[in-house]
Unconditional design. Sequence first.
Length: 313
Amino acid sequence: MLIGLAVLLVLALVAGVGTFFWINSRITSIDGVLDDYEGRPADTPGTNWLLVGSDSRKGLSAAERRKLATGRAVGQRTDSMMLLHISDNGDKPTLVSLPRDSAVTIPGKGRNKLNAAYTFGGPKLLVRTVEGVTGIHIDNYMEIGFAGFVDIVDAIGGVEINVRADVDDPKAGLKLKKGKQVLTGAQALGYVRTRKGGALPDFERTKRQRQFLGAVVKKAASPGVLINPFTSIPLAKSATDAVTVDGSSGAFDMLSLGLSMGGSPVTTVVPFGGNERLADGGDAVKWDTTKALALFNALKADKPVPKDVLDTN
């Protein structure tokens, strides 16, 4: 549900007509997320973003939480995570879904699901965990919560999605028929959150999230949105209200990211196979070590990912 990515190109283009510094002043940041630590992976060619969709209810009233079926959970967890690699040599960006139920080693906490890292220690521990399991140095961090997600989708008048099968999920507040349709912000939130459908629900979620990201990028970059100040300016405002970045990232970084996303990125999910039983008795997704290493080593070397490890479904 990384809708923040979808508006970066819009932010860049809006900035080009004189509102760059206004946008920069509105960006919310958190310090310390990317602090160095002993044993941290060395910097490598290219730029690596960790993009996080959180389940924060901040900004939602009780009525809005009921309407959006977000539940009453307190605190904050990660609902989706993606690693974006922007190449230095002109290759297409690579966007990798990191299933939230992945079995990983969390520094100081042992084996657990990836999304537990955020619960235990917020963005800082999540970044350190991702760096540890991938061997990739994270250069920038960005996250968005439920409220911001809905606002941004509605700011561009919804997005068209080809729903692959009927969906009926009361827990996500979602009921959709199969086929192409324009989703509102509330429907889009349910679409990327639902765990209904498929033999591997978390895997299916990552595919819907990547599908949705592509649809939003296409809509946000359309002339009808970009050249219309009644859509582009509210979109830029909603985006800056919605996203939070690390303390070193600003409008120039988002400009670079937005421009890089102008083309169609290579999208995939970390290769996996089977489950791992955790100490608490729960099951987590086990990565395919050989293929995952091939994926991450290619990104570290700033080279295209081998085709035999890409998810092409």
